[in-house]
Design a protein around this ligand. Structure first.
Ligand code: IMP
Ligand code: MG
Length: 172
């Protein structure tokens, strides 16, 4: 069965917004370096495109959480792949996420990173469904605020499908 997907954000629109976020990060961390801590798997596409447009020194690291099954939140967040304290200590960490929805994932991840004593922690998310928060949480670098709709593409999936779409779309 093939789904019909309506384009919400085109590749061009996404990439020009990512260029703006990269410029903002360059300015905010001028003279320093940043570690982009990418949350697998959804944020991989965003993290790579962002990293390519940042001009200050960039390091990449990865963690993996799980909170979703299908299109409904399970309400539980677990760590599948963690990062060691040495890799965080004293670094400027920017946690990279695909979408902030309930806020559960990032509030857990941010606390977990803070406990490892970084120099600083900020959060960059390609999308923000602000009206869906269950746990209060604010991102620092947001690509696009969107409404309460389930989106796919540019790394975002439904049951592991559609991550490779070069745009963000809504399944009709
Ligand atoms: P939160 O803990 O509810 O904020 O969950 C965030 C995670 O849920 C994201 O990292 C995604 O993996 C997943 N998620 C939330 N909304 C969507 C969506 O519209 N499409 C695909 N995945 C989503
Ligand atoms: Mg995710």
């Amino acid at each position: 069965m093939t789904d019909t997907i309506d384009v919400l954000l085109s590749e061009d629109v996404i990439n020009s917004r990512i260029r703006e976020l990269a410029a903002q990060i360059d300015a905010d961390y001028a003279g320093e370096s940043v570690t982009l801590l990418c949350t697998l798997k959804g944020a991989v596409f965003f993290a790579c495109e962002l990293a390519k447009r940042i001009t200050i020194p960039v390091f990449m690291d990865f963690i993996q959480t799980a909170s979703y099954e299908g299109t409904k939140s399970t309400g539980k967040v677990s760590m599948k792949l963690d990062i060691s304290a040495e890799e965080v200590f004293g670094k400027n960490i920017i946690i990279i996420e695909d979408v902030i929805d309930t806020g559960r994932t990032l509030s857990l991840v941010k606390d977990m990173i803070l406990a490892k004593n970084p120099a600083s922690v900020k959060v960059a998310s390609l999308l923000d469904k602000h009206e869906c928060r269950v746990v209060p949480f604010e991102g620092d670098y947001i690509g696009f605020p969107i409404g309460d709709e389930f989106v796919v593409g540019y790394g975002l999936d439904v049951d592991q499908k559609y991550r490779n779409l070069p745009y963000i779309g809504v399944i009709r």
